[in-house]
Design a protein around this ligand. Sequence first.
Ligand code: GDG
Length: 727
Amino acid sequence: MSKTIIVSNRLPVKISNDEGSLSFSSSEGGLATGLGSIYQDNNNIWIGWPGLEIGDPGQQQEVIENLQSRKLLPVFLTQEEISEYYEGFSNEILWPIFHYYASTYTNYQQSNWDFYQSVNKKFSDAVLSIVEAGDTIWIHDYQLLLLPGMIRARQPKVTIGFFLHIPFPSYEMFRLIPWRAELLEGMLGADLVGFHTYDDVQHFINAVVRILPHNSSSNVITVKDRPVVAEAFPMGIDDQKYASLPERPEVQEQITHLKENFLNQKVILSVDRLDYSKGILQRLMAFEQLLALYPEYVEKIVLYMIVVPSRDAVPQYKELRNEIDKRVGNINSLYRTMDWTPIHYFYRSFPIETLSALYNMAHVGLVTPMRDGMNLVSKEFVASKTENTGVLILSEMAGASKELLDALIVNPNNIGEIIQAIVTALNMPEEEQKNRMEQMRLVVSQFNVFHWVKVYMDKLAEVKELQKSMQSRNVDSVVAKRIRSNYLAAKKRILFLDYDGTLVGFNANINKATPDLDLYDIIKRLVQDEKNKVVVISGRDYKKLEEWFGNTGVHMISEHGAWQRSKDQPWESIRGLNDQWKEDIFPILKTYVDRTPGAFIEEKSFSLVWHYRKAQNGLGELRSNELINNLAYLTKDRGLQLLPGNKVIEIKNIEVNKGKAALGCLYSDDYDFVLAIGDDDTDEDIFKALPETAYTIKVGSTVSAAAYYLRSPNEVRNFLRELSEPV
Ligand code: GDG
């Protein structure tokens, strides 16, 4: 029976070592809760680091045995590995860059990278030691970016999901990393790459297409024929748990106690792991200025601030902790009165019951990270508000702000805005609080962590299906043989061959994409066979086709069907076509040429083409979108069609299309073997027009109406060569 293997840096377990005697307890983070339903079922398993260094082989064995019963498999790391791979590479390079904290002083240490690779390899070995055909592997977070690729290299068919819990930065940040290409290749070993937000997905795809030689079509990246999907799956929480906790007597007791303690005071709650990305210092600054600007709040509000210790071996975190201590001390000493302390600050973690009591009774949840992948605290606060009162202030830099639209959304760098939001929150009428909170509770409950796991896993299965159907469409040797045997058996054959991108590769200079001797040789062989009618069907103008193929004996269709020339006949155009419209469209295209260095216009007899292959990456796409919008109405009125192709936009008469032209040829005789090969949108018209019995082949393994695909013009040539091989 197939199983699911979860992999994350840390296992959901706490092990403490008391002078050599180990004790185990489970640590229920958000991830463990969500995945609990998966990894504790059947023979599923979770792989990760147990959280402390265990060098002694006897003790390692003890850990393995104990964890086995919890369905956990440990990967042991040495102190050196922890400090280089985890503290060094993960937390001093990836974490800051992914949270937009890169600085000129970032130290890209080679040894950190070496260990990052070797520890990812260790994880890969652990996975490979238990993985079997048919298993699903779900890998989590930035510590294991290389792992999907490493596993894929050894187990090409296995199902791999990857989820990034932190933001994926914009290309401009990501490109700074010396090992950016390797990191992306590692992630692309997965079949489905998940992020919290749509922006993260866009940043990732953008980085991939700029850094690696892969193509993408919307959110599908094709990696050596394997479609990899990147998509947003905003992570949720176990909302029911947080909604029901306040009903428990021990939580009730704490709520009552807290309310008594803060009688006549409004509690502003702040809960984070110690991290510079959480905006703790900025929050303190806002609170201090609030007290200075609004002295009426003295003795009326308190900031209840929990900071959970984290990564204290990293120097920046130690410094941050000291700085927070200092600031809190300053503010308290400045504003404290005999009966009141403005900030209640705790540098430690609390049991979930205490957290729940605080979430439930606080008036304001103040969540202002500078950057946060999602931020679960904000969702836990909302879920705990069983009476729908209270106000959430949320940073727009947290992924959660894309869902919790009824929070007071602030820019965490704008201290004035945070202060105003606190004032608004403290004075918000109860009805408005309820309206907002109800809406947010709905979102948190609908998109809870179980929903998150389900939609992720469903999508992963769907991607695998997509890959399977792609695979069956590849013209491999078996398919090629089948096509050839039908070819040999046929009496009359017609072959539609597109030119650019199909018989030859693309060239930045369109006039340089000329046929070579090898291509002429293939065409000659095909034409020599009397059973064949070879049709070169292209968007090129007829003069160019005449120059290149005039003497080869092929049938030529140019400008997508506007012109045709049968063997030994003159060129003929479709009757009744007009080109008056060019006068109106040309000047518009010209303005886009003037604004886009590298772009140019090609004029054909019945169409105009705006080319942007040589334009700056990104700018060309932007301009082409603008152009399409600009021309949309104009073209409709004039019976024209806008055809976006490979780095081109063609404007032509709507009645001209390759599909119609191909059908015209097809019905001129009784063909019992029909083949069409093409690479772009204009060829899709041929694929769609031909009968189902035709062999339709797309160049490039992307979504298409064609039944089969080949990867490149090179493969097309090999295929045609073998097809026409003498028996
Ligand atoms: C990363 C991403 C993303 C906090 N104090 C206590 C305590 N907590 C729990 C909270 C919450 C969790 O810790 C913190 O989760 P966050 O999501 O807020 O932040 P990160 O730890 O940075 O998590 C983040 C997340 O991964 C998931 O993908 O949202 O953006 O940075 O669950 O309740 N729990 C207990 N005592 C405490 O004192 N028991």
